[in-house]
Ligand binder design. Structure first.
Ligand code: NAP
Length: 244
């Protein structure tokens, strides 16, 4: 059996490790966005497929039996392409999505549907913004007068806010580190996508403690009809249920 894992997440790497360790052939696919990615175990390919059609052709050419879309919850286009390609190539598709974050007592969260809505929501929430939505899509904030601390793995893409300090860093982050960062930069408001990742969750606790509001960008939906697993182990069980 040959499984194609659409990756780029901690869960995708864990899944590749589990399948590889269990003797199941799996190829992990990365988009190639990060300069030096943490590579999963097993076979790896890097770069786009050329849309849903290109992905369907790759599936056929490499005798893929099933696809697991373990991409980031906000990687909407590749998930949409995977749904189309799976139909075209007649292979089963599973989405692996870690659960989203849930607010706790004391949290001041504002849930918004997009980065543009997050930018709108900043009006009146303070001057100093900790922006942790990744290096892409910062154009939504470019026209704002606020002071931004932008944290991303690789350098952000222009256009970006005029008053921005960039902090290149990759999780996991610690609670102590996040507390110190919020205090040192006198942050008034945090902006995040609802990635649900444990590695980046300490910023939410630090914001709660400091009574800082958090603008949370909601996830796009998983494409219609695609079953969802929430852990790599569940995804392995799905694969095992398909083994001859
Ligand atoms: P996207 O907008 O959904 O996809 C844009 C294009 O990138 C796709 O059409 C596809 O190109 C290519 N692509 C994306 N993921 C791919 C993969 N795993 N393997 C091969 N090609 C892929 O994706 P994105 O939001 O730019 O994210 C890119 C990658 O970074 C994803 O793998 C995702 O897991 C990871 N990531 C994303 C975020 C985020 O916030 N969006 C955060 C952390 C990690 P073709 O059409 O040419 O096939």
């Amino acid at each position: 059996m040959h499984i194609l894992i659409l990756g780029g997440t901690t869960e995708a790497r864990a899944l590749a490790g589990l399948l590889h360790g269990g003797g199941v052939r799996a190829t992990s696919s990365l988009a190639g966005r990060v300069a030096s990615p943490r590579l999963p175990e097993g076979e790896v390919r890097i770069g786009g497929f050329g849309g849903a059609q290109g992905l369907a052709e790759w599936i056929g050419a490499h005798a893929v039996d099933a696809v697991i879309d373990a991409t980031h919850p906000f990687a909407e286009r590749i998930s949409f392409n995977a749904a189309g390609a799976a139909v075209t190539a007649h292979v089963p598709l599973l989405a692996l999505r870690r659960p989203g974050w849930v607010p706790a007592a004391g949290d001041r969260w504002l849930s918004v549907p997009s980065l543009a809505a997050a930018a709108d929501a900043l009006d009146g929430l303070g001057e100093r913004v900790f922006l942790t939505t990744g290096r892409m899509g910062l154009a939504a904030f470019a026209a704002l007068p606020h002071r931004f601390l932008v944290r991303s793995v690789d350098a952000p893409e222009a256009p970006m806010p005029a008053r921005a300090e960039v902090l290149l860093d990759r999780g996991p982050f610690t609670l102590d580190g996040e507390r110190e960062l919020l205090a040192r930069h006198r942050i008034d408001v945090l902006v995040t996508k609802d990635s649900g990742a444990a590695a980046t969750a300490p910023k939410l606790t630090a914001a709660r403690e400091a009574r800082i509001p958090v603008v949370v960008v909601r996830r796009p939906p998983v494409p219609d009809g695609v079953p969802v697993a929430t852990t790599p182990e569940e995804a392995v069980a799905w694969v095992r249920s398909r083994l001859p």
